[in-house]
Write a protein that binds this ligand. Structure first.
Ligand code: ATP
Length: 244
């Protein structure tokens, strides 16, 4: 569904991606793990058109999307849920959700968008209870749920999730990841960036390890969980807190 081939990206003179190649098949959860500054967020931003790919190819459903605007990429069915939620804090939960549907306003009826809003409220009953509450006043876990639900309102076929567990309590992380698994079971494809590598590999089908802008290892989630290098560098903490 998504294929990156030799993708490069820079911030000014700082090279952030040095020939990244990866693929995500339809219906998979694939995780990208790596230390701070390895380039994980940059990969997601380059896929979603927020950072310019200066070399290489990015194909979504067989179509070359590098060079497309971020809006066009969302409209094509590829939606990023950004690190730090990036909600509209002074707007209500409901209005944040409706803004998620903004990219498809011209091709979707108001009734269909209203039905999708109800679907999100059914999926996330807490958001329904807080529909008129300002987004900034929600708890961290609720805000992450809202960011995910807002992304779903764009009608994506594939989600890019950037550090969804950041700052959340282990129980909330577990609930959130269970929701991600349900979405995959319903047919969504997911590329998940996580510092909490152990938790991410527990729900992923496959994973890639990134170091200073390069993929250094790839495998099934099980292979990576059992890899001594991965265990030493990335799995030291987090597992017990979250999954036991
Ligand atoms: P983190 O987990 O800390 O978000 P990451 O793996 O997502 O790390 P990136 O945020 O993609 O890493 O950063 C990759 C490299 O690009 C780092 O060296 C970082 O300092 C640099 N970088 C990221 N964003 C910018 C920016 N806006 N301007 C300049 N350099 C940046």
């Amino acid at each position: 569904m998504l294929t990156l081939t030799s993708v490069e990206a820079s911030y000014g003179r700082v090279k952030a991606l040095r020939g990244v190649s990866l693929h995500v098949e339809a219906g998979e959860i694939v995780t990208l793990i790596g230390a701070n500054g390895a380039g994980k967020s940059t990969i997601l931003k380059t896929i979603s058109g927020l950072v310019h790919a200066e070399a290489g190819s990015i194909k979504f459903d067989g179509q070359e999307i590098s060079g497309w605007s971020a809006g066009r990429i969302v409209s094509a069915g590829l939606c990023q849920v950004p690190e730090g939620r990036q909600l509209f804090g002074t707007l209500s939960t409901r209005d944040n959700l409706l803004l998620g549907a903004y990219p498809r306003r011209s091709r979707t009826s108001k009734a269909a968008i209203a039905a999708d809003l109800e679907e999100q409220f059914e999926r996330f009953p807490l958001l329904s209870e807080r529909s008129q509450q300002q987004a900034a006043s929600l708890s961290g876990g609720e805000q992450q749920m809202l960011a995910l639900a807002r992304g779903l309102m764009s009608g994506p076929r594939m989600l890019l999730l950037d550090e969804p567990s950041l700052g959340l309590a282990p129980k909330i992380v577990r609930q959130f990841f269970q929701t991600v698994v349900s979405l995959r079971d319903e047919g969504l494809t997911v590329l998940l960036v996580e510092q909490n590598a152990r938790a991410a590999l527990q729900i992923a089908d496959r994973g890639y390890v990134l170091e200073t802008g390069r993929i250094v290892l790839e495998g099934t989630a099980q292979e990576l969980l059992e890899n001594p290098e991965v265990q030493r560098a990335y799995l030291g903490r987090g597992y017990k807190e979250v999954w036991e």
